[in-house]
Design a protein around this ligand. Structure first.
Ligand code: BGC
Length: 807
């Protein structure tokens, strides 16, 4: 490509503006005469969802895509706690992108799992920013090692799906800096992603796509990000403000919607042309960084004939490494070689291996648990047991119970069904479907040796484990394990591989124990993050609450000993901690050791402990390995909101090395010389978190903020959605039902809210602010018609109609 400055000087203002908005759903615009190529993007984090223009007929990019390897989803991959595996997965995705002519993959997603009901948690790594950041950096490094691009998403504080298009995340600065942003920060600093995707929502009053504080101050100035910022699909709602904030590329195409407005703004001096040039320069750099060329590329392309076989094997390896053994009473697992098995549960046959929404890929291959078991078992008896739709079926139940009665052990396959977690809307409950619980109860009555195999992308309640004499002897959680999850599960059940995954998020006893349970799903478009930094184990530990399974927990078929913690001071706040892990059992296995830092300075409020390092060792029986953990200033620091900088407080700290957040094996005390500890003058809750903080508590750490006033007739504007206007406008109701009909058309003709795709698209369309909706459907939502709708919703139907029909 010619020199960027030369190019920019040759481009007209209109061309420059056009380059900053997509050509269609997945591509940037090419300017062939200038030598500027198009760039092709596709989702996603666990497999390519490559769509052609023809595939994208629904206009929203949700129809089917070309087949590709479906790797385990982020939740499953993260539980492997293995940066090497994430790098391999990234490189494999990069390889597929290279083959498919995809320049940039839209991932990884590193939003924090603030609440287990967030519908999209399966697509995110962890409730811990350190873990998520390291894994994301490894994945990005893998993808980019092949010259392909990545888009780190969704920046920032996009932690819910309900109202994700417009909710305002009110987060105090410490929570942002210490909890919600560090995963992005680590990935940016360590892996230099080619782009960052800004989220739909607002943060502290400003849409992420117009948020100069986030995009310019923090991302670029503080962290040194040197790539381009891309909008989430439809997140750009004010292009002029976007240019000012540093939002470079609007995706998808808004069909020239903003172009004229931006041009006029430049011509009238409202927008400095230099800001457009700045974005053009970043996009040109992005095009270059995502276009592998030359001999090396041809060589790589030439040797890929066995690519899908290799990737299937890798998908299987990652699925096994990320599966978590949660219970194994009487060492009922692994099963004896060549045992005949009885398998009950529809998910064993029709697996849930990925989540719904933009990350869903068409798997190149798909093997279920039954296929996997055939590799090991002498015989497999299978009964469906329940319907995937949560409806009772007495015949299926009776058949399953009869089979369970005759079996020595039962492998019971349960989990969250598709409609229970998806992008686009949040989960309604944290429980398993009722018909599955009914089956579990019935099977448990006739067979005392139940091995539960679970699928799902987020935690669910397991009250049945409370009864000490329950029949569930083992629980193996496969999560959403990708196309080879079935065989990987069989590898584990029969002991070809010992489980080594550990939970990357806490499993609460019940939803009500979650700190934000009472205010998370706020119908107002204001999400107050009252709990500040106390999310997940950061809350449960300090509140002393029992949990079902702690963060970092996972069992193995073997045992590990931790010994010889030795901490060396390397200068400043630098420390090197070494310890030895020994496999003390009889089978090969792997152990992810975790290092937490507990600050005891009595200054700023903080969690009881925070993860600051981890490593995984693969060990033969009897084998020992030394692990090394490097700590630096950030391992001990808190964000000082006054100084606007990181600070280490004077006083005592403890390094805690363990097998999980609640299984600490070795500790070492440290005294650090830092700034005098500052106790914060705020509500007592933050020093002694118990139950939910009140809004009045939150104000003491966040500051005052205006009460949310729901919009009503007379006050609607472009930031409101059709769903909000429905109550007071007949026209909005008509549009809503037209949307229902049109979305139903692509979904077999039925407006079915139990259909995950339909529900998601309805939520997306219904909840999008008008400013965004008109971008999705510029034909229907013309400027004139949008004005008419607003007038009518505001009680001026005839005035609006008059203006609408006037030539
Ligand atoms: C999602 C993104 C995704 C994009 C393109 C959006 O709705 O939030 O994660 O990359 O669509 O499919």
């Amino acid at each position: 490509m010619p020199n960027h400055q030369d190019l920019i000087s040759k481009m007209t203002l209109s061309e420059k503006i056009q380059l900053c908005s997509g050509a269609n759903l997945w591509e940037t615009k090419a300017f062939n005469e200038l030598g500027v190529p198009a760039m092709f993007m596709c989702d996603g984090p666990h497999g390519l969802r490559k769509m052609t223009a023809a595939d994208s007929g629904d206009g929203l990019g949700m129809s089917s895509s070309a087949a590709s390897t479906c790797f385990p989803t982020a939740v499953a991959a993260a539980s492997a706690w293995d940066v090497g595996l994430l790098r391999e997965m990234g490189a494999a995705l990069g390889e597929e992108a290279l083959q498919e002519g995809v320049n940039m993959i839209l991932g990884p997603g590193v939003n924090m799992k603030r609440n287990p009901l967030c519908g999209r948690n399966f697509e995110y790594y962890s409730e811990d920013p350190y873990l998520a950041g390291k894994l994301a950096a490894a994945w990005i490094t893998g993808v980019q090692s092949l010259g392909m691009g990545t888009s780190l998403k969704h920046f920032a504080a996009n932690n819910q799906e309900n109202r994700r298009m417009s909710a305002d995340s009110l987060v105090d600065e410490r929570a942002l800096r210490e909890y919600y942003l560090p995963a992005f920060e680590t990935a940016v600093k360590e892996a230099r992603p080619t782009s960052v995707m800004c989220a739909y929502n607002k943060v502290n009053g400003t849409y992420c796509s117009n948020n100069a504080w986030l995009l310019d101050e923090i991302l670029r100035k503080d962290w040194g990000f040197d790539g381009a910022v891309v909008s989430d699909w439809g997140a750009a709602n004010d292009r002029i403000e976007g240019f000012k904030a540093g939002m470079d590329l609007e995706m998808p195409s808004s069909k020239g919607y903003f172009d004229e407005e931006v041009k006029k703004a430049v011509e009238s001096g409202k927008l400095d042309e230099a800001l457009i040039d700045r974005s053009v320069e970043r996009i040109l750099t992005l095009l270059e960084r995502t276009k592998p060329e030359g001999e090396e590329t041809s060589r790589k392309k030439a040797v890929l004939s066995d690519m899908y076989d290799r990737h299937d094997a890798l998908a299987r390896k990652i699925a096994a490494a990320g599966a978590v053994l949660l219970k194994n009473e009487d060492n009922i697992l692994p099963l004896p070689k060549n045992a005949a098995v009885t398998v009950i549960g529809a998910l064993a046959e029709k697996p849930r291996y990925q989540g719904s929404g933009s990350s869903g890929v068409t798997p190149y291959r798909l093997a279920n648990l039954l296929d996997g078991l055939k590799e090991y078992a002498a015989g497999v008896t299978y009964r469906e047991g329940y319907r995937l739709a949560d409806e009772p079926d007495a015949a299926l139940l009776a058949e399953a119970v009869a089979a369970a009665k005759d079996a020595k052990t039962v492998i019971l396959s349960l989990g969250l069904t598709e409609i229970r977690e998806s992008e686009g809307f949040d989960r309604e409950t944290m429980s398993l479907p009722g018909n599955q619980l009914e089956l579990l109860e019935a099977v448990s009555k006739v067979n005392p040796n139940v091995i539960l195999v679970l699928a799902g992308g987020s935690p669910f309640e397991m009250p049945f484990l409370d009864d000490e004499k329950n029949a569930v002897k083992a629980v193996l959680h496969m999560q959403l394990a990708g196309q080879a999850g079935g065989p990987a599960c069989a590898d584990l059940l029969f002991g070809a591989i010992s489980p080594s995954g550990k939970l990357a998020e806490t499993w609460p006893m019940r939803y009500d124990d979650v700190v934000s349970a009472g205010y998370y799903d706020n119908p107002a478009k204001q999400a107050d993050y009252r709990e500040s930094v106390f999310v997940g184990y950061r809350y449960f530990d300090i509140a002393g609450k029992p949990v079902r399974f702690p963060f970092g927990f996972g069992l193995s078929y073997t045992t590990f000993a931790y010994s010889g913690l030795n901490v060396e001071h390397t200068g400043g706040y630098g420390y090197k901690a070494r310890l030895t892990i020994t496999n003390t059992g009889k089978t090969a296995g792997a152990e992810a050791a975790q290092l937490y830092v507990a600050a005891k300075t009595g200054g700023a409020y903080r969690p009881a402990q925070e993860l600051k390092a981890f490593a995984k060792a693969y060990l033969a029986p009897g084998e020992s390995k030394e692990m090394e953990f490097i700590l630096d200033k950030r391992s001990f620091a808190v964000w000082d909101t006054g100084k606007k900088d990181w600070t280490v407080e004077n006083g005592d700290y403890e390094l805690r090395v363990g097998a999980s957040s609640r299984d600490i094996r070795l500790t070492q005390a440290l005294t650090l010389d830092g700034e005098p500890p500052k106790r914060r003058d705020c509500a007592a809750w933050y020093y002694k978190p118990q139950g939910a903080p009140a809004k009045a508590d939150f104000v003491t750490v966040y500051g005052q903020y205006p009460d949310y006033i729901p919009p009503k007739k007379g006050s609607y504007d472009m930031s409101n959605s059709i769903s909000e206007m429905k109550e007071s406008s007949l026209l909005a109701r008509i549009i809503y039902s037209a949307m229902e009909k049109s979305i139903a058309k692509g979904n077999g003709g039925k407006a079915d809210y139990d259909n995950v795709q339909f529900k998601m698209l309805m939520q997306l369309s219904g909840d999008s602010p008008l400013a965004v909706l008109r971008l999705f459907s510029p034909e229907m939502m013309s400027d004139k018609f949008t004005r008419f709708l607003l007038d009518s919703a505001n009680g001026h139907f005839f005035r609006g109609l008059g203006a609408f029909i006037k030539k």
